[in-house]
Design a protein around this ligand. Structure first.
Ligand SMILES: [Zn+2]
Length: 383
């Protein structure tokens, strides 16, 4: 390969230090990028997705005369192209991926955190991707649906994923960010998630349940499970076309009302907000109705507020961590994309300006049967 001045441009190899040291690795997969002259060797978790590059030949072998060769050495692998030795840029995969989070999020702490993503559509896929970028190490993905063409303009997955289950497509995306991420999957809705799978996945204090299925029955159910596992809970839901959205969170063991206590029957939240509840689409009133949650940027604005809350929740027990939003946002937050009734209808008239994030809505124990001596009855249940 030559440049304008006939200087030879050297090819080089990107490979992780972990792989250079892995004596069991005998085949390499990845991509060659002709514009940069770089062979990028994929981490083992991604090898099925790359092109076959070459075998790793035993120590002392002669490199091939044409194409890429890899020869094992005492302390790693030497690479050759057309018999010529290549420059190798190796990197500590895990450290490199999260190097830019340093000083903001503790990578080791985050890697122990676990997220149960209930609903892997536009909202759940964004939550999962952002949590993976924040360093969350384990995911349990639950969703019964497949990726269809009409999902793509809002989903983190793309055309190459069409036809596969959303949980499989999202797993690929997560591993593309962090190949060491642990992914468990369930093809179905939260109400059918087997207890055994949750028992195996959940670690008290390190787990968050994220309700993204956009129906209240699922959120009531999920919050009850999260309490059982001493896990955090958050629900991210939307009004029609994502003109506005609602976020509710619950921290176990703090005497907070659960989703059912607070919102299950409309609760004691303000009358205006309560009047908007029918827009939210609970299971009964959406039968036969295709719920359209709006364009990606509107969904993502509201979802991002939820993700910030999740990161604060997961760092609750880290001494040095200063919460970004949790001390300012109450348990129930309503967020708008528009306050203009010409766009959002009369429902958005409660907002004073676009992109408003309420911080004043206080919820309490609205539902009497959920409370026992000031504590949600689910917190008192035998575990
Ligand atoms: Zn309750």
């Amino acid at each position: 390969m030559e440049n304008f001045f006939h200087d030879e441009i050297e090819k080089s190899v990107f490979i992780s230090e972990e792989q250079l040291k892995d004596a069991n690795m005998d085949k390499l997969y990845g991509r060659y990028w002709p514009d940069t002259y770089i062979y990028s060797v994929y981490p083992a978790a991604l090898e099925g997705r790359g092109d076959y590059l070459c075998d790793v030949l035993p120590a002392g072998s002669a490199p091939r005369e044409d194409g890429l060769s890899a020869v094992r050495t005492a302390d790693g692998i030497d690479f050759y192209d057309g018999g010529k030795r290549l420059r190798v840029e190796s990197y500590g995969l895990y450290q490199s991926i999260f190097s830019r989070n340093k000083g903001i999020l503790e990578t080791d702490v985050m890697s122990r955190k676990k997220a149960v993503i209930l609903g892997c559509g536009s909202v759940g896929s964004l939550v999962a991707m952002e949590l993976a970028r924040a360093g969350v190490g384990s995911f349990l993905l639950a969703d019964p649906d497949i990726v269809e063409y009409h999902n793509i303009c809002r989903h983190q997955c793309g055309l190459e994923d069409a036809g596969d289950l959303k949980i499989n497509a999202l797993e690929r995306k997560l591993k593309n960010i962090n190949p060491s991420v642990q992914v468990a999957k369930f093809e179905g809705i939260v109400q059918n998630l087997p207890k055994a799978q949750l028992d195996e996945f959940c670690t008290p204090g390190d787990t968050v349940f994220v309700g993204c299925a956009d129906n209240r029955a699922a959120d009531v159910y999920t919050n009850r499970i999260s309490i059982y596992y001493s896990a955090y809970f958050i629900s991210i839901g939307f009004w029609e076309r994502a003109y506005a959205g609602e976020i509710f969170y619950h921290i176990p063991g703090k005497g907070m009302p659960c989703y059912e206590c607070a919102l299950g029957d409309g609760g004691n939240i303000s009358a205006r907000i309560q009047a908007n509840h029918h827009i939210y689409s609970n299971q009964e009133n959406t039968e036969g109705l295709k719920f359209e949650p709006g364009i990606s940027v509107d969904i993502n604005f509201i979802t991002t507020i939820g993700i910030k809350i999740i990161i604060d929740l997961l760092n609750q027990s880290s001494e040095d961590y200063i919460p970004r939003v949790l001390n300012h946002l109450k348990q129930y937050t309503v967020i708008c994309n528009t306050s203009d009734p010409r766009i959002g209808g009369e429902m958005v008239e409660i907002f004073s300006y676009p992109l408003q994030i309420t911080s004043s809505l206080v919820v309490g124990f609205g539902k009497k049967q959920c409370r026992d001596g000031g504590i949600c009855k689910y917190e008192l249940e035998e575990k």
